[in-house]
Ligand binder design. Sequence first.
Ligand code: NAD
Length: 364
Amino acid sequence: MYRIAVLPGDGIGVEIVPQAVKALKAVAARYGHQFEFAEALVGGAACDAAGHPLPDETLALCKRSDAILLGAIGGPKWDQLPVELRPEIGALLPLRKELALFANLRPCILFPGLLHASTLKEEVIKGVDILVIRELTGGLYFGEKKREETGDGGQKATDILTYSTYEIERIVRFAYRAAQQRRGRLCSVDKANVLESSRLWREVVSELAGEYPDVETTHMYVDNCAMQLIRNPRQFDVIVTENMFGDILTDEASMLTGSIGMLPSASIGGEVGLYEPAHGSAPDIAGQNQANPLATILSAAMMLRYSFGLAREAEAVEAAVCSVLEEGYRTPDLVQAGRDDAAIKVTDTVTMGDLVAERIAAQA
Ligand code: NAD
C-alpha cells in the first residue's frame, strides 16, 4: 500500500490533479495495487483557509506519505501578500527544502502524435528526448533577499546566489548516473564567464568528469543553451544546471514537446518524492476545464517509477498518454492553427483525464 499526499493547490491545480488521481486509480485497479490518497491545502487556497501557504498539517501529511502529487500554486489574488506568505516563497520553496528535494528531473520528450503541435519545425523537434536535471534547493531562490533605502528616495534590492562544492557535487553525480543509463552525454550549463558560483560549478563538473569516463561531458553557457535548445535540441541527452537556469530553460524546452502542459517533473533526493507539472497555476485559463492535464498525469507516472519502483505501471501510463494523442485528442494548448489536420479532436481537461484512465484500464 502506498500513501499519496494530494495537494491540488490553486488555479488549474484543482482541475488537473483529479485527472492524475484518476490515472493512478486506474493503475491500482489494473495492476492490483493499493493507493491511499489524502488531500491537503497548499498555496493561496491554504492562505485563505488557514492563514499560511504551507500549514503545519500539510507539511506533516507530506512527511508521513510515500509520495506527494502537487498541482500548482499561486495567482494574482495572493501577489500582494507579504513576501513570506506568498504561495511560491511560503510553500513551494520550504516544501522542497524541508523534504531535501535537491534533484528536479524534467524529461522533455516529444510524443510522436504531437509532431505537428509545436510552434517549432517538425524536422527540428522530431525525436527530441532530453532529461533536464535542475538543482532545486540552492542558488538564487534560496539565498538571502533584502531591500534597503538608498537615501535618494529609491531602494536597493539584493538576492544572493550561493553554491557550495557539496551541493554541486551531489546534483552532478546524480546527473552522471542518469546519463549512464541513457545515451551517455552530459551537458553542464552555467554562466562561468560572469558568475563566481558558475566558475565553482564548472570546476566541480570538470573534476567529476574523470570519474565517469563512459559519459561524454560538455559545458555550455546558459545563454547559448537557450539558443541551442531551439536551434538543434537533438544534440542534448542530459542537461544538468543550477536552480534558476533550470527553471527558465525548462519552460523554453517545454515547447519542444508541444506545450508547457506536457512537461512533468519529479523532485527527489529525500525520503519522500514530490511530483508536479512544470507549469504554474495558469490563472488565465483556470476554472474553464481547458487545461492540459497530461503533464500532471505524466508526473504521476514518474511517481510510480521513482518513488514506488513500479516501472511497468509507469510505462502503462505513458503508453496510455501516447495512444490518446495518436488518436488525435488534444486540449486547446496542443492545437496549432493551420498545422493540425481534420483528425484532431479538441477536448477538455476532464475528458482527457477520462480517456487516459480508460486506456490504462484497457491495457493487455
Ligand atoms: P503558468 O505556467 O501558470 O502559465 C504560463 C502560460 O502557460 C499561460 O498562458 C497558461 O495558460 C499556460 N499553461 C500553463 N499550464 C498549462 C496547462 N496545463 N494547459 C494549458 N495551458 C497551460 O505561468 P505564469 O502565468 O507565469 O504563472 C501563474 C502563477 O503560477 C504565478 O502565480 C506563478 O508564480 C505560479 N507558478 C507556480 C508554479 C508551481 O506551482 N510550481 C510554477 C510556475 C509558476
